[in-house]
Write a protein that binds this ligand. Structure first.
Ligand code: GCU
Length: 441
């Protein structure tokens, strides 16, 4: 664990003063005090990180270790039995535009197993292996589309008997049930599959609740207990939380995607909205080395605990994250409740672990909880690491402005409107991906 002394030594010259409220973002809480956050280019030892090689040798491993120990928890290193089965294929889905595959990834050994159900669309007209977007959904695969061929796999929803209890939503118990036909496409706005395949991309999604249901006692139904040590019945201080488990699940989906000959294994694009954006960033951060699977990352309003900067104390606080969702992060992260200035890490350091891969950080103006300006500053602070690798991030001279696209290999955009991942957002991500992957269409 980082010592207090080394934490203070690692504070860089990132000292900024904020005290403004503009017409563009008057609704957004802005810090009115000096804000400091740990610098990406100073190692704990005080060593200046002057090159990509320095970053890879020193800073990347120490940041990965610290994010595991302080924030998301340590992803277990032990292997676990995994079986993957393609359960259905339809070559004429989405009005004849797509091949639909449904795949079940079974984790564990009977009788204690968990099934992860993956929905994959590939463009029918593809001339070769295609790039693929992959991301977690909130409410089950069936919610992502009105496609009648998508399996009605079980989902978790709040127990109606508890709906009148005044408690933060995620602390209520949920019940598992098979969704009805009526729930098809209930969240389809977030998943414009047809437009994505027409642009030459595949797209895969998985219900986060298959990996771990998103409520406080959901842990028992998820994958985390499958990794408990003998006799263990609850998470230890630095064990992983639900976000760590979701990130692990995303990586298991990628394990399948890279084996599908219809998919370009060098063009897997990880995308996530909000809490699923936090999971996407942590999955991509840990995805290092020769078997790296995620070639590009899209953070859509991932906010605090994701791209956001907790040191700004604007928008959602660490305290709120850990009280409202006590199971998302490692128990160790709770040490920073109400003490954001002692937090040795922050969103920009998480983003720097994506380097040098292309990264899109997106915010929405009417999403004060995610602190859009903090996400912008985070993207800008991570850009110093991208520059070490000869990549261009958000320029030093750039200022936060709603509706203005900025940066290159780290791209930043804040659109007007509310917290959501809309078809217009996907169009920007497709255009970004086009610059790197040039799919045929
Ligand atoms: C809550 C939570 C956020 C999260 C969001 C979401 O608002 O406080 O941290 O990003 O849910 O996942 O939509």
């Amino acid at each position: 664990m980082i010592s207090k002394i080394s934490f203070h030594q690692s504070l860089s010259a990132c000292v900024l003063f904020f005290c403004f409220t503009t017409a563009d973002n008057s609704a957004i809480a802005q810090p009115t005090h000096p804000v400091t956050w740990p610098g990406p280019l100073v190692a704990q030892s005080g060593q200046r990180i002057a090159s990509g090689a320095d970053f890879d040798a020193t800073r990347r491993p120490e940041l990965l270790r610290e994010f595991a120990e302080h924030v998301y928890g340590i992803t277990p290193s032990q292997t676990i039995p995994i079986r993957t089965l393609v359960t259905s294929v339809d070559n004429a889905a989405l009005h004849g535009e797509a091949i639909r595959k449904q795949i079940t990834i079974t984790v564990g050994t009977a009788p204690v197993t968990r099934d992860l159900h993956v929905l994959l669309y590939l463009p029918v007209k593809a001339k070769g292996a295609v790039p693929v977007f992959v991301g977690l959904n909130f409410d089950g695969n069936v919610s992502t589309t009105t496609d009648p061929g998508v399996d009605l796999n079980e989902v978790w929803t709040p127990d109606p008997a508890e709906s009148k209890i005044v408690l933060l939503g995620a602390l209520k118990d949920n019940i598992r049930h098979r969704p009805t036909e009526a729930s098809r496409g209930s969240d389809a706005e977030k998943w414009p599959f047809e437009a994505i395949v027409k642009a030459g991309y595949g797209v895969a999604t998985l219900y986060a609740g298959d990996i771990e249901p998103d409520f406080a006692t959901g842990i028992g139904y998820g994958i985390r207990p499958l990794f408990f040590k003998p006799g263990q019945y609850m998470p230890d201080l630095t064990d992983w939380g639900a976000i760590g488990a979701w990130a692990w699940g995303l990586t298991r989906v990628a394990d399948y995607l890279v084996t599908d000959p219809a998919i370009d294994p060098r063009a897997i694009i990880l995308a996530g909205h909000s809490r699923m954006g936090k999971a996407a960033l942590w999955a991509a951060a840990q995805d290092q080395g020769p078997a790296q699977r995620f070639a590009m990352v899209i953070s859509n309003e991932s906010g605090q605990g994701g791209a956001g900067l907790s040191h700004r104390e604007a928008g959602e606080t660490i305290w709120h994250l850990n009280v409202a969702f006590p199971y998302w992060f490692s128990p160790a992260f709770h040490a920073y409740n109400g003490r954001p200035q002692e937090y040795p890490l922050d969103g920009h350091l998480l983003l720097s672990l994506i380097a040098p891969r292309p990264l899109f950080v997106a915010s929405a103006q009417d999403d004060p909880l995610s602190d859009p300006e903090g996400e912008f500053l985070s993207a800008k602070a991570a850009s110093s690491v991208y520059r070490l690798f000869g990549r261009e991030g958000v320029p030093e001279s750039a200022t936060f402005k709603v509706g203005s696209l900025t940066g290159k290999d780290i791209r930043y955009y804040c659109r007007p409107g509310k917290h959501n991942m809309l078809p217009e957002d996907w169009q920007r991500y497709i255009a970004f991906a086009d610059e790197y992957f040039h799919p045929a269409r």
